[in-house]
Design a protein. Sequence first.
Length: 69
Amino acid sequence: MNNKEFINELSSRLGYSIQSTSKLVDTSVQIISGELCDGNTVSVQGFGNLEVKKKMERVMVSPITKKRM
């Protein structure tokens, strides 16, 4: 399901116009992105927790040159 299909399905279930549903989805994503950029955790009941985690760097070795990257 892509973004357009998601908005069409959501608007038909909620009974809103496609334009207002699109604005609702865009605003929701902006708010969630802003919270994650600030380092906060976003909890959505029935969906899960969204948080940004830092991972350690991975050291790779090129099999051809044997150089570490």
